[in-house]
Design a protein around this ligand. Sequence first.
Ligand code: ATP
Ligand code: MG
Length: 370
Amino acid sequence: MTYTHIAAVDAGNGGVNSVLTRLQDDKFQTPQADYFPSVRAVVRGKSLGLGASQELQYTPVEWHSQKYIIGDDVTRITKQGLDRFIGKDRYGSEFHQFLVAVALARLGVGGKGEANVYLSLFCPPGYFADQRETIKQAFMGKSVSIQYGDKLYQFRYGNVAVIPEGQAALFCFNLNQDGSPNEKNPLYGDVLFLDSGVYTLDAVLVSDGKVNPQQTASYSDKGIDFFIRKPLMQAAHESSREFEGVTEDDIDVLIRQYAQAQDDQGRWEACNLYHGGYTVDLFSVMQRQIAEYTKWINNNVLARYDGLRGIRHVVLVGGGASLITPLMIEMYPDKVKNSSEPPHYAAGRIAPVNMNAYGGLRVAIAKVRT
Ligand SMILES: Nc1ncnc2c1ncn2[C@@H]1O[C@H](COP(=O)(O)OP(=O)(O)OP(=O)(O)O)[C@@H](O)[C@H]1O
Ligand SMILES: [Mg+2]
């Protein structure tokens, strides 16, 4: 079977991280990555009734004869009727299928005739045994058509692989970009992967390249939402009545700007929340909450690994990684490094938030190659 595209789509509670490589003349093209918040809202009738200028500012999605807006379009345009990708039964669901299809359309898959896709999907380690087959069955062999903006995208899931989250990041080190084994894998001995997502924090101990299930744990509601997003939202609400309408989604945009800022000035600017013509400075709350989150992880997660004794490296993965890395480096300078330093650079300077998706892509490339 010949695949035209290989894709990995990590549809998390908070966001959909996806990476794609096209196969051209038997070569894998440089991967493209995308991210959007995993939220949607149904559009009823022909328009949202916002007036022409607003209507132009969103990309409509048509799926199973229903029109939706997704991701940051939802955040900007409506606060009602939001559908969030949360809960245990979501894997393989219609919503899951929707998010994967949107991710592929955003990456341009199947815009010029039906594409045959090799797809990697993810699931939390705790649900893996239970859900793996369900997820596979929901996608395998299906033909999909979805309208994104004014264009139709059509693809077929020729093969589907399911990989546990957290662990997927490991493949960024075990495998090279072309899927071949990385002979110089720097992650030998004991390495701790910490995946800090929107709701879940996963700690996965890897010994000589293999996951150690006894030393792997999932912490619910110990992610960015609990430690950063909610406290910032509450601080905004309490600052004055003008900010009562601020939601988690508004704060999420701010967090992403903060995480991607290049310097202190940029980080401070990101923390100025504009809402309805008013501004509130949330910089000190952000600093306090990042410190609190890091401290909690140290006391409650790292403590279970004997304060990291015997562990050679800690690899921080997920959206939370970009926030806690500087403080973790201060605490454990020998074990925690920036993604541009060894041993992380061996993986190819992949942003922590994309690591699961890139790992899943490399596994898929390895399978397609053989
Ligand atoms: N560069 C970034 N791109 C996207 N999100 C980022 C970035 N930096 C920080 N974030 C934050 O990280 C969150 C997304 O993280 P991630 O994709 O790891 O969560 P998730 O996998 O959806 O959640 P969970 O693991 O709980 O299911 C966003 O909500 C955002 O606040
Ligand atoms: Mg995640």
